[in-house]
Ligand binder design. Structure first.
Ligand code: PMP
Length: 447
């Protein structure tokens, strides 16, 4: 076998029984694309109930930051669970809650003094930030981005625009959300006029939206992902976030960075904001923060975290077991940042080498281990969505877990502990899959 590291066979009877039960009783709002029944994981490896071994380059949607079952995180969870499982951090004090708030408030010193509100998920952090921004500014409108994704609760789906299915049939949504284009260097805007507006749609806020759609004095906040996640792993050009910051400052609007996907070491710095040198007023975190335990955070400048007394709380947010997992996760991630930069660069170089052989890969982009490869009809910008679906399935059959985003982008978001050797294994499997698809679609050209 070319890659002895992975090892797969069709689901056995145990796996089939679990799949059948899940299909019978679990809500079918999503189709589980792979017949993978997980038994355990270790680092970037996942084992199913039949003993098959998969290489995980999606990390449970960019969540398993420290890898599966990292011993330091598992130990912290065990110790916390033995002490107490719950007491409610909104009503009582405990050490891990206070320490986690302190720890999160210490990142991004350029933001100045901060306060932290702990949630159970990314979408709850988004909801809280919406409430906070409206209350703090006493304004009602918010700006969000086309292609953006912020979660699945009502406020969040009102900000979303990346997936129609997540908004359709659920209306009416939250009023007062203005969606403007995101800056995408691979697909600069057409027809918005000359010069840098095409590359920097942030300027459209003042030239178009604040003229024709909403008075900036009524805008509470701009919600933006510093790197677009579900919308296709798009890294905006220099100047985009700076311009948003300038516009927000000019009009007294809060700048909110949704770093639920891009934060906690994913890009080789603790938060993606550091790459752009632009600081938000409110920073949202979740996903990788506790290695998969449910936790999220709203980190706001102290002057902005101005809840009226008793106005916002959470029964489970900042649960002691999750806080312990988060503190241990941060210990591990802080030690991985340099490695993430190196393996990320190595991964991108490998993908570019594949791109040179396979013109179906239109673009390779990313920062750290938040890397995307966009697939297009060769020679055009037309998304090759069906091809990506085939590629994901082929990769799975060869023991590689991948997850697409946007219209036709494969995201590479492995656990941050992934090594160059494991990147090589991934690239090898991917290369085989691409060659198979070349052969299938263009047998006349295949070598
Ligand atoms: N914001 C961003 C940028 C996300 O990528 C996601 C999840 N994909 C969310 C918010 C929602 O997070 P959760 O699923 O934890 O509610």
């Amino acid at each position: 076998m070319l890659f002895p590291e992975v090892q797969i066979a069709p689901p056995g009877p145990k796996a089939q029984a679990i799949i059948a039960k899940d299909r019978k009783y679990a809500s079918p709002s999503y189709i589980k694309e792979y017949p993978l029944v997980v038994e355990r994981g270790e680092g970037p490896w996942v084992y199913d109930v039949d003993g098959n071994r998969f290489l995980d380059f999606m990390a449970g949607i960019a969540v398993a930051s420290t890898g599966h079952a990292h011993p330091h995180v598992v130990q912290a969870i065990k110790e916390a669970a033995e002490r107490f499982l719950h007491i409610c951090g909104t009503d009582f004090y405990y050490d891990s809650f206070a320490r986690l708030c302190e720890r999160l408030a210490g990142y991004l010193p350029e933001m100045g003094p901060k306060k932290v509100f702990l949630t159970n998920s990314g979408t709850e952090a988004v909801e809280g930030a919406l409430k906070l921004a409206r209350h703090h500014t006493r304004r009602q409108y918010v700006v969000a981005f086309k292609g953006g994704f912020h979660g699945r609760t009502y406020g969040a789906i009102s900000l979303n625009s990346s997936k129609v299915a997540q908004r359709a049939f659920f209306g009416p949504l939250l009023p007062g959300v203005i969606h403007i284009p995101y800056a995408n260097p691979y697909r600069p805007l057409e027809g918005v006029g000359a010069g840098d507006e095409a590359g920097n749609p942030a300027r459209l806020l003042e030239t178009e939206y604040f003229v024709n759609h909403v008075d900036p004095r009524e805008v509470a906040a701009v919600f933006v992902e510093p790197i677009l996640g579900e919308g296709g792993y798009v890294v905006p050009p220099a100047g985009f976030l700076e311009e948003l910051r300038r516009i927000c400052d000019r009009h007294g609007i809060l700048l909110v960075f949704d770093e639920v996907q891009s934060g906690i070491g994913r890009t080789g710095t603790m938060f993606a904001a550091e790459h752009f040198g632009v600081m938000p007023d409110i920073l949202l975190s979740a996903k990788g923060i506790a290695s998969g335990m449910p936790l999220g955070a709203i980190v706001a400048r102290e002057a902005v975290m101005t809840w009226p007394r008793g106005s916002h709380g959470s029964t489970y947010g900042g649960n002691p077991v999750c806080c312990a997992a988060a503190l241990a996760t941060l210990d591990v991630v802080e030690g991985l940042l340099g490695q993430v930069q190196r393996t990320g660069a190595y991964l991108q170089a490998g993908l570019r080498a594949l791109q040179a052989r396979h013109p179906v890969i239109g673009d390779v982009r990313g920062v750290g281990l938040m890397v995307g490869a966009e697939f297009v009809v060769p020679g055009t910008l037309e998304p090759a969505g069906a091809y990506v679906g085939e590629l994901e399935q082929l990769a799975f059959q060869r023991g590689l877990l991948l997850l697409s985003c946007g219209k036709s982008t494969i995201r590479f978001a492995p656990p941050l502990v992934v090594t160059e050797h494991e990147v090589d294994v991934m690239l090898g499997i991917l290369g085989q899959c691409l060659a198979d698809l070349d052969e299938k679609h263009h047998p006349e050209q295949a070598a």
